[in-house]
Ligand binder design. Structure first.
Ligand SMILES: [Fe+2]
Length: 415
């Protein structure tokens, strides 16, 4: 009894009783240089606030954090109590540490980093999606993210297969494997909706997506890159097209604009050619991409890996499925979603297909003001990879397995 009292006293004094919070995530929803949203699942307890700052402090020292953020968005969704704080006016290229404090205790300490706000800094991004069902495989993908420490993950839809509570719990469990170096560093995620998300609510309720239609843009690296998250599950024209045009015009002076959307315009799995996106993306979006200088687009959905040569829409002789190769001005389409979903075999290869295959993989993209350099990472041996650091993040580890098809493992897109 005496021991128990001493223990309780210790807990009370030290503040070391862990709050029941889980599934921490960090989102870049607008500008990765200066803003970030922190989300979590409030398992029990209430009155949660986030203590945060530039100093790395143990949970017991939560009162010494220099800032306090209040929950600005709370919802109950698919059995989870989602809470969000939005941090603004952050310094670029800076580590921020945080804990959640509620009426039951304090969480573990987590941290993340903002992106640099100058276009002379290179960015490392991981882009992929379709993580929906094979958990051991997708865990390896998340582990590999942790090893490569990209500035952000562009997640391109189909998080789970049936979009229910159990499957989302599994997804959030697996996402934790990306907590880099297992020091609770969270790689910020930029989310896009897929067809297995049954409504736009998923991104809003789980990731505090800033737009009710899941159509929005995120800038990083000053004027280096504008990532445009589109939604292939709603009307392609109308307001979505208007937004697309507007953001492309607003960021015309940026070095790169990268649209990310789930359904592919030209799937490399033949039966997927029946999907709505095939006609709609071609008709509504591609002209705008081309008019405003897009050079890389990220697609998903078919569960294969593919990279096209730079291609343009065309009506002349030599086109295939509406496109023709144009190395000078064309757009490279990369995808198509192998983050754990069952692999398929690419069976619709065009003259302008650079390479296609069946590999559990995601794209690893280095963005500088001169070039985009893209690799396809076969993440199966994530456990054998020595983790990179912020200083070494552009040096692929020796043991890293890259997809190395006929036309080479590295795709270079020059400005
Ligand atoms: Fe899909």
């Amino acid at each position: 009894m005496k021991n128990l009292s001493l223990f309780l006293l210790f807990v009370l004094v030290s503040g070391l009783s862990y709050a029941k919070t889980d599934f921490f995530r960090v989102m870049f929803n607008k500008n990765g240089d200066h803003e970030a949203t922190i989300g979590w699942n409030q398992v029990s307890g209430d009155s949660a606030v986030v203590f945060w700052g530039k100093e790395d402090l143990a949970p017991s020292r939560y009162l010494e954090y220099s800032n306090l953020a209040h929950v600005v968005h709370a919802n109950k969704y698919k059995g989870m109590e989602n809470r969000f704080v939005r941090l603004i006016n952050l310094e670029p290229n800076t580590a921020y540490y945080f804990v959640v404090k509620d009426n039951e205790g304090v969480s573990e300490r987590f941290w993340f980093k903002t992106t640099p706000n100058v276009n002379t800094s290179k960015l490392s991004l991981v882009a992929g999606g379709d993580s929906r069902s094979r958990r051991p495989t997708r865990v390896l993908g998340f582990k590999m993210v942790g090893k490569l420490v990209p500035h952000a993950i562009l997640f391109d839809g189909d998080y789970t297969d049936i979009d229910n509570e159990t499957k989302w719990r599994y997804w959030f469990e697996d996402y934790k494997f990306s907590y880099s170096g297992f020091d609770n560093r969270i790689i910020p995620i930029i989310t896009t909706r897929g067809n297995h998300e049954q409504s736009n609510d998923c991104l809003i309720k789980f990731f505090d997506c800033p737009n009710e239609k899941n159509v929005y843009n995120v800038t990083m690296g000053g004027d280096l890159v504008n990532v445009i998250c589109l939604n292939t599950e709603i009307i392609f024209g109308g307001a979505q097209k208007k937004f697309l045009e507007q953001t492309l015009i607003e960021h015309e002076n940026y070095f790169w604009q990268i649209p990310v959307y789930h359904r592919a315009c030209r799937p490399h799995v033949n039966w997927k050619m029946k999907m709505k996106g095939v006609k709609q993306i071609y008709k509504r979006w591609i002209d705008l991409f081309e008019k405003h200088g897009v050079r890389l687009a990220i697609e998903c959905d078919s569960h294969i890996t593919k990279v096209t040569w730079p291609i343009k829409k065309g009506k002349t002789k030599g086109i295939e499925d509406g496109f023709i190769r144009d190395d000078e001005n064309g757009i490279v389409y990369a995808g198509e979603g192998c983050w754990g979903a069952p692999l398929r075999v690419p069976d619709r290869i065009r003259t302008w297909t650079r390479d296609a295959g069946s590999v559990n993989s995601f794209k690893w993209i280095f963005v500088s003001n001169e070039e985009i350099e893209m690799r396809t990472v076969d993440y199966a041996n994530a456990d054998e990879i020595a983790g990179l650091t912020d200083e070494t993040r552009f040096n692929p580890p020796a043991a890293l397995k890259l997809w190395a098809p006929e036309n080479g493992a590295i795709v270079s897109i020059k400005k």
